[in-house]
Design a protein around this ligand. Structure first.
Ligand code: MN
Length: 191
């Protein structure tokens, strides 16, 4: 099997109560794993047989794109968290946020609004564009900023499978709790 489910740097009950072990059991253990299995089944015999995930995301479409992007997006999302997360970014990222959004609180407000208003399933991203400026983008379904030449820094999964077991229909409560587990050192390292 070419593609594999990534190992996560924390125990799966350590992000409670923001994300429960039960949600991890399904979201990581079943959904993320299914995208990995699907892609491993889809690529043999295609031009993407030996391609990296990033190349597939940039060049493929249809089911191959969807499964590759969902593997990449989920890995990126799950690797953004820590049981000791929360607070605010420091250093270069903090400076970029203040330059673009005036303050961390105003950034948080805009990102939260983008996540709350994305209709249906998808992802909201904080990205660096080609001019080195921060942008908040909404992507439907498996959408991934790599496809548009943007550099992803932070994402929130707003598919219902990301929050329904813990928050049912209360997406705003999930978004509000999400800030408490972000490892800003990891996010800063992506700048
Ligand atoms: Mn998901």
């Amino acid at each position: 099997m070419k593609f594999e489910l990534p190992k996560l740097p924390y125990e799966l009950n350590k992000l409670e109560p923001v994300i429960s072990a039960k949600t991890f059991e399904f979201h990581y253990g079943k959904h993320h794993q299914a995208y990995v299995n699907n892609l491993n089944n889809l690529v043999p015999g295609t031009p993407f047989e030996n391609a990296s995930l990033e190349t597939i995301i940039k060049e493929a479409d249809g089911g191959i794109f969807n499964n590759a992007a969902q593997i990449w997006n989920h890995t990126f999302y799950f690797l953004s968290f820590s049981p000791n997360g929360g607070g605010e970014p420091k250093g270069k990222l903090a400076a970029l946020i203040i330059r673009e959004f005036d303050s961390f609180d105003l950034f948080k407000e805009k990102f939260t609004k983008a996540a709350a208003t994305l209709f249906g399933s998808g992802w909201v991203w904080l990205v660096l564009n080609k001019d080195g400026k921060l942008e908040i983008t909404q992507e439907n379904n498996a959408g991934c900023p790599l496809k548009h030449g943007l550099k992803p820094l932070l994402t929130i999964d707003v598919w219902e499978h990301a929050y329904y077991l813990d928050y049912q229909n209360r997406r705003p409560d999930y978004i509000s709790a999400f800030w408490n587990i972000i490892d800003w050192n990891v996010i800063e390292g992506r700048v």
